[in-house]
Design a protein around this ligand. Structure first.
Ligand code: GH3
Ligand code: MG
Ligand code: MG
Length: 351
């Protein structure tokens, strides 16, 4: 996933806090349905009605399903208890539905059966208008609390895996993603590319303009880098002023193109900060995994060594590692081969 302007909610679909207003009424008794519908509409709920368990289930399959469900115990096809079970078995993470089971029975074991099937609350017919209204408010309160907890958990998960300054993946997360990607690549017989970027003479930016300006530059570099890669590439901050990009299913052509896109996206336009225009460049070390086992340590070491060469060659350029890619190795699964000397025809690219 390329995260150019990340938001925690990209992790998980979580219904917004104020949206616990959609209610599904499932009841085979037309009069009961009509009365409930008119009460709920008067209280400001958006109402969806279903006349049996099967159509209630269909109504719950829509992309934005109702948040509160009022289910009649006795219904043809699929009864309320069975529907409760289905809803709970199929629960999407972050999209909890509050279920009120309604029945004319009131024996203790029925209450237990309903709650064990997944109902949150239980009402007996004939319904009392005020009691129903109060219980719906309880439902909304529970839903709001539940969503707040899920949101907080997702925010924490986001913070644990993303860099606080730039919003791209952090080092720990990208190393794990790279490890998984390399494993997947071996199974699917494809190659993974890695770009290690380091800002050129960045210390001078801090020394001349201050640390805060340096931070703005880092953010802008992360943004440009993220925009320059494919949607399924993984852009990360590896440390200080170093960034790592993982390119799943990548061949020599693609890594060359991608590195050049990233390099020029950063070098071509100066970065405007507090009235100054800063010309920033990056050096890039590139490496592609072998189709036999390549560990994340190996590929990063190869990209690092290539980055070192790029710095020594004069910076603002890419060097593609030969450590993991001997000439004899051909990416036949992935399309065309590029001779090594083709890399040096581009002024920004060297091998
Ligand atoms: P080279 O071209 O050889 O990479 O030179 P350089 O100046 O970029 O490299 P050096 O390693 O000497 O300096 C890196 C600088 O990056 C020093 C450090 O203060 C700065 N830096 C690291 N992390 C941050 C950060 O989060 N914010 C800011 N503003 N600066 C940072
Ligand atoms: Mg550095
Ligand atoms: Mg540097």
């Amino acid at each position: 996933m390329n995260i150019s302007e990340p938001k925690p909610t990209q992790f998980l679909e979580i219904a917004s806090y104020d949206s616990c207003n959609r209610v599904l009424i499932a009841d085979d008794d037309i009069m009961a349905r009509k009365i409930l519908q008119s009460w709920l509409q008067n209280w400001g709920y958006e109402v969806i009605v279903a006349e049996d368990g099967e159509s209630a289930w269909d109504a719950l399959q829509q992309e934005r399903p109702p948040e509160i469900v009022i289910l009649d115990w006795m219904m043809p096809k699929v009864d309320g208890v069975e529907l409760c079970r289905r809803i709970r078995d199929d629960q999407r993470p972050g999209l909890y539905q509050y279920i009120l089971l309604v029945t004319s029975r009131n024996e203790k074991q029925d209450v237990v059966k309903g709650l064990e099937a997944g109902a949150d609350d239980y009402l007996t017919k004939p319904l009392d208008r005020n009691e129903l209204q109060a219980r719906l408010r309880v439902g909304k309160r529970i839903l709001t609390l539940q969503r707040g907890l899920v949101q907080a958990r997702e925010d924490l998960r986001f913070q644990a895996t993303h860099d606080a300054l730039t919003g791209v993946w952090n080092r720990g997360a990208v190393l794990e993603l790279l490890r998984r990607e390399l494993g997947r690549a071996i199974r699917s017989r494809v190659s993974t590319g890695v770009l290690m970027l380091d800002l050129d003479h960045f210390k001078q930016v801090n020394d001349t303009y201050g640390h805060l300006t340096g931070d703005v530059v880092l953010k802008e570099v992360a943004k440009r880098m993220s925009r320059a890669v494919r949607s399924y590439d993984l852009a990360s901050r590896y440390g200080g002023e170093e960034f790592l990009i993982v390119l799943p299913e990548c061949n020599k052509d693609q890594i060359q193109e991608c590195a050049e896109r990233v390099r020029s996206a950063i070098a071509t336009m100066p970065i405007a900060v507090n009235g100054s225009e800063l010309h920033v460049t990056v050096s890039i070390g590139a490496a592609i995994s072998l189709r036999s086992a390549t560990t994340e340590t190996d590929i990063i070491a190869a990209a690092d060594a290539a980055l070192y060469k790029a710095k020594n060659n004069g910076r603002n350029q890419t060097v593609l590692s030969e450590a993991l890619c001997p000439d004899s190795w051909i990416l036949s699964d992935l399309g065309s081969e590029v001779p090594w000397n083709a890399m040096s025809q581009n002024p920004g690219l060297h091998s």
